[in-house]
Design a protein around this ligand. Structure first.
Ligand SMILES: Nc1ncnc2c1ncn2[C@@H]1O[C@H](COP(=O)(O)OP(=O)(O)O)[C@@H](O)[C@H]1O
Ligand SMILES: [Mg+2]
Length: 383
């Protein structure tokens, strides 16, 4: 049986754990063509959630266009992509598409032979790239019109929306808002991992997206639901579970679904030969994942200064440490606070650490902590 714990790309259908509540809330928002801002840290499952929602919506007859802002370095390419994707989901005939698109002023159709040898209608900009904003607004307006003409309900999901700032944000935000507010056939999902950016966009009365939609903060998956999902698969695979307690997996993963998936994926393979899952296997999982990623961690480690390495070791050993406390500094022979502050700032900037809402410094990748602990142990052994 194929390993059911997928940890890369889009995880769908039976491989997608729980999120029933979130799916049903999003479904009802989209049935009302609402606007939702979906926020969470990275790897909590926003993108997967959007795709699973999209599968359900399509079954109900909706058209769904998905765009990831990461893929579009400038506003011009985004304008083109929105128009092209929406057109394609609403109209399959290339001829008709080309005709529909020819009514546009800033964007125009271009018929191309695709890699499959078939004709495909593409969209291109007819204005200089610096005039991409009117093209985007025209594109969005056209999407709503097209949905109306085709009598279809359309959902546009824009992923990594917090990236919008890279297009020289605030004038664009205002323009998009006033266009979107006139739409009557489109529901929107704006999703982003830069939580603070999205929250600032939507909760600051001075900003254009203030109260433009509902904010949905995607939290961790409920442990008991996740556990049901995990046990169901192990049972299906014919595995025996001997007095195992998955709590330690959720703890080590800090409830990040991506990290839970990685550990379960390894566990499935490790227990394959005997068909038995033991507590001892569970205990080894964080380090096994860390070892799989060691090349990556090695590279990161090399970018750290000596002072930063010592600090990282200390933080790995003492989770929830208070790095500015005297006790912590004495215990690890580091300090003063000013240089610790400089190291922390630099490690956060590099994305190695992040500051939790409670003000603690944590590893952005939970497995890096295990990799460093192992490094420290090996260092101690060789001494
Ligand atoms: N509900 C879930 N069930 C199973 N795996 C999940 C789930 N949510 C997230 N994952 C895992 O986490 C990975 C990252 O999810 P993703 O949707 O890309 O997160 P985000 O968009 O929030 O960064 C996925 O590839 C998948 O392995
Ligand atoms: Mg994502």
């Amino acid at each position: 049986m194929e390993n059911p714990f997928k940890y890369a790309g889009i995880v769908r259908g039976p491989y997608f754990a729980d999120r029933k509540q979130e799916l049903s809330e999003l479904l009802s928002e989209m049935r009302n063509l609402g606007r939702v801002f979906l926020v969470s840290p990275r790897r909590y499952g926003k993108t997967c959630l959007i795709f699973n929602l999209s599968d359900k919506l399509k079954k109900e007859g909706y058209c769904v266009a998905y765009l990831d802002l990461n893929a579009y370095p400038d506003l011009a390419s985004f304008s083109v992509a929105v128009t092209e994707k929406v057109s394609r989901t609403l109209e399959s005939s290339t001829d008709k598409l080309a005709k529909l698109l020819s009514a546009l002023k800033y964007l125009r159709p271009r018929v191309e032979v695709g890699p499959d040898g078939l004709l495909a209608a593409r969209v291109e900009m007819t204005v200089p790239r610096r005039e991409a904003l009117p093209a985007l607004l025209e594109g969005l307006h056209y999407c709503d019109e097209l949905a109306r003409k085709k009598r279809r309900k359309l959902i546009i999901a824009i992923d990594e929306f917090s990236d919008l700032a890279k297009y020289d944000g605030q004038t664009i935000e205002k323009a998009i808002r006033s266009e979107i507010q006139t739409h009557s056939h489109i529901g929107y999902i704006f999703s982003g991992s830069a939580q603070s950016v999205i929250l600032a966009m939507t909760q600051d009365p001075q900003r254009a997206f203030y109260r433009m939609g509902r904010i949905m903060e995607l939290g961790a998956i409920d442990r008991s639901e996740y556990l049901k999902f995990i046990l169901k698969w192990f049972k299906k695979g014919g595995y025996q579970l001997k007095n195992v307690d998955f709590e330690l997996v959720f703890e080590a993963a800090e409830d990040v679904p991506y990290s839970v998936q990685r550990m379960c994926n390894i566990l499935w393979e490790k227990a394959r030969s005997t068909g038995t899952v033991t507590q001892k296997m569970l205990e080894q999982l964080p380090l096994l994942v860390a070892r799989q990623d060691s090349v990556h961690f090695e590279l990161i480690w090399q970018t750290a200064s000596q002072a930063q390495k010592i600090l990282l070791m200390a933080l790995a050993k003492q989770q929830n440490a208070k790095p500015f406390s005297r006790a912590f500094q004495l215990a690890y022979g580091i300090g003063p606070s000013s240089s610790i502050k400089a190291s922390l700032d630099s490690l956060v900037k590099k994305g190695i650490l992040y500051q939790s809402p409670a003000g603690r410094y944590k590893f952005a990748d939970t497995f890096m902590r295990y990799w460093i602990l192992n490094l420290a142990e090996r260092g101690a052994e060789s001494r």
